[in-house]
Design a binder for this molecule. Structure first.
Ligand code: NI
Length: 255
């Protein structure tokens, strides 16, 4: 059984065939999924899916770096004001993204630091989105030295050296997704040496579709293709990868 630790199942891409998507996910061995938040605009849809699928879809709340703009203060207040509404399983996804835009980098850093501090105070894990901002992320981690927190580096595609370095700062897990199936994926090389104890699987659906469906909509069932690829890279049976990553996910998100 598998847990998709990063699943935007509430996205409108799944609205027309939601039940079929769900039954394919169950057929593929998926037993649960984590629903990362993005900003205010998706919050109600996310909760609707979580309420429709109790024990299967677990909600999170957070402000995504690409949603940090002019109204960042209101967006951040929304997270603060709603984080205790119910049981959320993580603060996320949060992070830094200097790929899409550098216009609000300072605000992204502030919003990230405040949300990590919030997660630490509530004993919740964080889901980190990091794109083209590794240097600034390490500066944030230095600023937060002494703040004990845990979380997952979502859509992990970094080197073995960066993986080792991150583990010096916090109790991180590493979310492996469809990118690992791409030809010449650097993360496949890093993964050979990474401990399976540090790995969780994810789809990031509807995005980042694995081979052989690349170019089409991603969906939760494909989490199995990711697990199969990890098993192949590490020379382990699929069942062992499934058991380890599921146990890691259950512990991290307190499922
Ligand atoms: Ni995401």
């Amino acid at each position: 059984m598998l847990i998709d630790t990063h699943c935007h199942l509430y996205d409108e891409a799944f609205r027309s065939d939601f039940e079929e998507v769900l039954s394919r996910a169950r057929d593929a061995g998926m037993e649960a999924c984590i629903l990362p938040g993005i900003d205010r605009s998706c919050h109600d849809d996310l909760l609707a899916v979580a309420d429709a699928l109790p024990g299967f879809a677990f909600p999170c709340i957070g402000l995504h770096p690409t949603s940090v703009g002019e109204d960042w203060q209101e967006e951040l207040d929304f997270v603060r004001n709603h984080v205790n509404d119910r049981k959320f399983h993580a603060i996320g996804e949060i992070g830094l993204d200097e790929y899409w835009s550098k216009d609000f980098v300072e605000q992204q850093i502030r919003v990230l630091e405040e949300q990590i501090a919030l997660a630490a105070s509530l004993d919740l894990p964080v889901i980190i989105h990091l794109r083209e901002a590794t240097g600034d992320f390490f500066r944030v981690l230095e600023d937060l030295r002494g703040v004990a927190f845990r979380g997952v580096m979502h859509a992990w595609s970094g080197s073995y050296e960066t993986y080792r370095r991150l583990l010096g700062y916090a109790d991180f897990k590493f979310g492996i997704g469809g990118v690992v199936t791409y030809k010449n994926a650097g993360v496949a090389v890093a993964l050979e040496k990474m401990s399976l104890d540090d790995v969780v699987v994810e789809t990031d659906c509807p995005w980042l579709t694995p081979v052989p469906f690349r170019g089409r909509r991603n969906e939760p069932a494909y989490v199995r293709l990711v697990a199969e690829k990890i098993a192949q890279i590490k020379g382990l049976p699929l069942a062992e990868v499934a058991a380890a990553t599921t146990a890691n996910a259950r512990r991290l998100f307190q499922l």
